[in-house]
Design a protein. Structure first.
Length: 113
């Protein structure tokens, strides 16, 4: 059974930083591309960043240069370092595995002015 458990969300002022973590179990972690998505109230869930098994990364235009995705295969964990946070980054952030497809429960990130 796949489990993805996010942590690290919270309330931060604009310009601040947070690091999200997603611990995976029940999957061959090193063989799965991993994603971070987010969903703000009234909006569709959107892809924020992805990292392939080979470490190739890609980002939504809105977070390029501010967010960094990384993975530690020894710890079965994927991270999202978020710097220079803006109020429009406020959302529930979800971890997602592609092999097999599975979602975490989400962690709330709130950025205040």
């Amino acid at each position: 059974q796949v489990q993805l458990v996010e942590s690290g969300g919270g309330l931060v002022q604009a310009g601040g930083s947070l690091r999200l973590s997603c611990a995976a179990s029940g999957i061959a972690f090193s063989f799965s591309t991993m994603d971070w998505y987010r969903q703000a109230p009234g909006n569709e869930r959107e892809l924020v960043a992805l990292i392939t098994t080979g470490g190739i990364t890609n980002y939504a235009d809105s977070v390029k240069g501010r967010f960094t995705i990384s993975r530690d295969n020894a710890k079965n964990t994927v991270y999202l370092q978020m710097n220079s946070l803006k109020p429009e980054d406020t959302a529930v952030y979800y971890c997602h595995s592609r092999s097999p497809p599975s979602w975490g429960q989400g962690t709330q990130v709130t950025v205040s002015l």
